[in-house]
Design a protein around this ligand. Structure first.
Ligand code: BG6
Length: 501
């Protein structure tokens, strides 16, 4: 589970307050993750889960709603209703679920929380802000004022914050300042759900536990790196949020920069929170700050129009401005100014309604010298790629050139590969299990530190500033892999995108 623990034990008794208890996150991800942790014996009997929200429901109604939702979701995905939740396991978990009705801006809510902690017989408490971001500062302040963030020998106090963490550099700095005004960095767990993915954690383990990688992991051998998060879904019911956010803010300073950091960071001295987060903050901080002109040249924005099937274009989606200039696709070129990576471009792209779902990192190596092949039929030696696929087909593949059997010299791409599913039996999980467990045991390795968040925003701020003043969003038909400009971005450097899938 935790990267720093070799022996997995049940997390200590804690009261876990879920603010925004009626929201999607709690139903879809947090509660199923808590169920999975309980199935795996990782929750202590002294764990109490308390939903906090403003609608008045009883403890039983709250727990039943969660149970019904989890079952319906799984059935909709084709599971048999009886196989979704083990009745005995659920009954055990249900006993620990309760509800607290309260307004997030009302001091009385926090008095009730204090009483609940007192009644539960453990001083340990985690406050999970699964709320709209507009409540993050308010809830933190209220917790602070009510004295609920004071740690003592009787227990720890931790706050979990979901993304979006700010909407630009200034707002992220302001939010960090507000949080750090009422608690210490050690108490703050900023979540990026990409870090809960096994394949993302595996980048660290693969890079640093296999001696072979370090030898060629630098600008002598690597030509460039491509990081892609392609989605087939559109904005669906999230038009309101998405139209004021866009693909850049939604995906780049958080998820894509986490992947970039995993690939580009220096080896940490240990798998501890300080060492890992220190190296990540350093490498994201080394991303070159583009001028506005450079930011425009090195970025492409796209918006999907109607395409395959009967799916609407972005501007026809619910709660989206019909003249919206918000990007649903972004491609960027960034450079990392340190000794390992100087001269190696990192190309990033992410988009909605693309042809396939594919989150991958493609590391393109410099081609072999060509002289041996000069007098042969081979007109070009293709570069080797190492593809690390995060989802859906989790694993790693090396592209090699091999001689095709036959009398002439012909080459073909072959693959050396490792697919997770061929080696490991993975229990169904949401990706939040590790993150919740790590928070309960106090391991911050997979959570974002303040400087990491701010460095991420610092690197994307030039794009936000440049776009506000110039340039336009291009279009791409749903089902295509982004606008023409994205192809041109790489073509100008004599490169092309690695094919998706
Ligand atoms: C979320 C974004 O943070 O990540 C969504 O807000 C996006 O827009 C999602 O769809 C992608 O996550 P995953 O795990 O499906 O790659």
């Amino acid at each position: 589970m935790s990267l720093t623990q070799s022996k997995v034990e049940a997390a200590p008794p804690t009261t876990l307050f879920l603010f925004g208890a009626h929201g999607d996150l709690v139903k879809r991800l947090l509660m199923p993750a808590l169920y999975n942790l309980s199935r795996d014996g990782l929750l202590d009997n002294g764990l109490h889960i308390v939903g906090v929200d403003h609608n008045a429901v009883s403890d039983a109604e709250f727990a039943n709603k969660l149970r019904d939702f989890i079952t319906e979701q799984a059935v909709a995905k084709g599971q048999e209703p009886d196989s979704v939740l083990d009745p005995a396991l659920w009954a055990k978990l249900e006993k620990r679920i309760s509800y607290l009705c309260g307004d997030f801006v009302d001091g009385a809510t926090y008095q009730a929380i204090a009483e609940r902690i007192q009644a539960n017989g453990t001083g340990n408490a985690v406050f999970y802000l699964a709320t709209s971001p507009r409540f993050f500062s308010e809830v933190a302040q209220q917790l602070g004022q009510a004295g609920l963030l004071k740690e003592s020998a009787e227990g720890f106090r931790r706050v979990v914050i979901e993304k979006p963490f700010g909407s630009d550099l200034r707002s992220a700095e302001a939010l960090n300042a507000c949080l750090l005004g009422v608690m210490s960095e050690k108490q703050i767990y900023r979540i990026d759900h990409y870090l809960g993915k096994e394949t993302v954690q595996n980048i660290l383990v693969s890079r640093f536990s296999n001696g072979i990688f370090e030898a060629f992991w630098n600008n002598h051998y690597i030509d460039h790196v491509q990081i892609t998060a392609a989605e087939t879904v559109g904005v669906e019911t999230r038009g309101n949020f998405y139209d004021s956010t866009g693909a850049l803010r939604d995906m780049v300073p958080n998820h894509l920069f986490q992947l970039l950091a995993m690939i580009a960071m220096e080896p940490p001295a240990a798998f501890g929170a300080d060492a890992v987060r220190g190296e990540k903050a350093k490498v994201v901080g080394a991303i070159r700050p583009w001028s506005k002109a450079e930011a425009l040249k090195n970025s492409v924005r796209g918006q999907y129009t109607a395409g395959v099937g009967d799916k609407p274009g972005y501007r026809e989606e619910g709660k989206v401005d019909p003249a919206s200039q918000t990007e649903t696709y972004v491609a960027l070129k960034v450079m990392i100014d340190n000794w390992r990576w100087v001269g190696v471009p990192f190309y990033l792209r992410t988009g909605k309604r693309m042809s396939v779902r594919d989150t991958e990192i493609a590391i393109c190596f410099k081609p072999a010298p060509y002289s041996q092949f000069r007098d042969t039929e081979i007109d070009r030696v293709k570069p080797n790629y190492l593809k690390i696929q995060i989802q859906p087909n989790e694993g790693m593949w090396f592209d090699l050139q091999a001689k095709k059997p036959g009398p002439t010299l012909e080459m073909e791409n072959v693959e050396l590969g490792f697919a997770y599913k061929d080696f490991f039996q993975m229990q169904p999980s949401t990706g939040y299990e590790t993150l919740i467990y790590d928070c309960l045991i106090g391991d911050q390795t997979l959570f974002q530190r303040a400087d990491n968040i701010e460095n991420g925003w610092r690197a994307v701020q030039p794009f936000l500033d440049a776009w506000r003043e110039a340039g336009q969003v291009e279009t791409y038909a749903a089902g295509e892999d982004g606008p023409q400009g994205a192809q041109d971005l790489l073509a100008r450097d004599g490169r092309r995108w690695h094919s998706l899938g």
